[in-house]
Design a protein around this ligand. Structure first.
Ligand code: RTP
Ligand code: MG
Length: 138
């Protein structure tokens, strides 16, 4: 069993797509073991995306991620990290495969509706960034 962090980003929450995206997640067999809706502060978004701080898109990404509420959750399942990345689709929705969340709902390379951890190490850091052990079930 593996756990990964999911974020439904402001562009999707704002368009009332949280339920539709959670349905795609649950239909894939991944199990939600923690979940909450939060408004990220600038410092929280900068901390979360610190790995990208030298990238040209960093400021724009932080502005976007703080533009409205997000739905963060922890997903559990066999091979959950890779499984969720596959369900999300490519970062740029123009390159995303049919049936993926980003193909269905993303607006552009930045407003791409969802985040998923990309490796076991980042999944551990990211789940701990948003949730305490007391907030996880199972
Ligand atoms: P994520 O971290 O959100 O799951 O997405 P990812 O791995 O597919 O993409 P990553 O390279 O980690 O980039 C993080 C987020 O930054 C925004 N981005 N904007 N304007 C741009 O060229 C650009 N490139 C990336 C996206 O919101 C991306 O998901
Ligand atoms: Mg990433």
């Amino acid at each position: 069993m593996e756990r990964t962090l999911s974020i439904i980003k402001p562009d999707a929450v704002e368009r009332n797509l949280s339920g539709a995206i959670l349905k795609m997640i649950q239909d894939s067999g991944l199990k939600v073991v923690a979940m909450k809706m939060i408004q990220l502060s600038t410092a929280e978004a900068e901390g979360f995306y610190a790995v990208h701080k030298e990238r040209p898109f960093f400021r724009s990404l932080v502005d976007f991620m703080t533009s409205g509420p997000v739905v963060v959750s922890i997903l559990e399942g066999d091979d959950a990290i890779a499984k969720y990345r596959k369900l999300m689709g490519a970062t740029n929705p123009a390159n995303a495969e049919e049936g993926t969340i980003r193909k269905c709902y993303a607006l552009d390379i930045e407003k791409n509706s969802v985040h998923g951890s990309d490796a076991p190490e980042t999944a551990a850091v990211e789940t701990g960034y948003f949730f305490s052990a007391l907030e996880m079930v199972g």
